[in-house]
Design a protein around this ligand. Structure first.
Ligand SMILES: O=C(O)[C@H](O)COP(=O)(O)O
Length: 249
């Protein structure tokens, strides 16, 4: 049996103002920093220890991992960063308000862009300054993997590939692993791990800064999973992840 911990980054500046973010490299909000620190304290209180950590190329996930590991006195452990754990690329929606986009295109269309399995958000063009090729972080990523937009289906392909090649062997070697990533790159991983259908994944919302603990069998099939923290607080954060404008603090 193995344990695995997943954590979505704490609230970002763009979560706070409810903008489509994707690969935009925005920082944590003050509240997000607090959430990350609290996640680390919770993990420490529950006596979790990690041997190796994985995160994306985006600072909101990297900093969340930093605050979690700092609270646990584990900043020294090896940490692997990869573009393959980045948030799903939101294409030309990146930077737009989720609320005004819903007013313009309808809530149903925005729900499809946000939560469906295979609907692509509108694509960027290669001339757009948001095209990831313009960002030095992705200089070593081959052209065919640089997205103009991604559905969850495409996100799963890159997340699954990284899981199989890099993360799974570490877990099977007995290393205790934590992954700090994003709402949709974690939905991608969870769909794969839990073998969820395209319908089931629509209703899955991941709360910010809340450790999700998996117990896995010898084949890494999930036996159990649960969020750390009070049930009421976790529920509230899940509702907020589903519809940030409707949920007040
Ligand atoms: O990229 C984003 O905008 C957020 O990180 C996740 O957005 P979502 O809740 O619309 O999937």
């Amino acid at each position: 049996m193995y344990k695995l911990v997943l954590v979505r980054h704490g609230e970002s500046e763009w979560n706070k103002s409810n903008l489509f973010t994707g690969w935009t490299d925005v920082d944590l909000s003050e509240k997000g920093v607090q959430e990350a620190k609290e996640a680390g304290i919770l993990l420490k209180e529950e006596k979790f220890v990690f041997d190796v950590a994985f995160t994306s190329y985006l600072k909101r996930a990297i900093k969340t991992l930093y605050f979690v590991l700092d609270a646990m006195n584990l900043l020294w452990i090896p940490t692997h960063k990869t573009w393959q754990l980045n948030e799903r690329h939101y294409g030309a929606l990146q930077g737009l308000s989720k609320l005004t986009t819903a007013q313009k295109y309808g809530e149903e269309q925005v729900l499809l862009w946000r939560r469906s399995y295979d609907v692509l958000p509108p694509a960027l063009t290669k001339e757009d300054e948001r095209y990831p090729r313009n960002d030095v972080k992705y200089k070593d990523v081959p052209d065919q993997f640089i997205p103009l937009s991604e559905s969850l289906k495409e996100t799963i392909v890159r997340v699954e590939d990284y899981w199989e090649r890099e993360i799974k062997p570490q877990i099977l070697a007995g290393k205790k692993v934590i992954i700090s990533a994003h709402g949709n790159s974690l939905r991608a991983l969870i769909k794969y791990l839990d073998n969820l259908s395209a319908e089931e994944i629509i209703d899955l919302n991941i709360p910010t800064g809340t450790p999700l603990v998996y117990t896995l069998d010898d084949q890494l099939k999930p036996l159990e999973k649960y969020y750390l923290g009070s049930e009421r607080r976790v529920e509230h954060k899940i509702e907020k992840a589903a519809d940030p404008d409707k949920i007040m603090e």
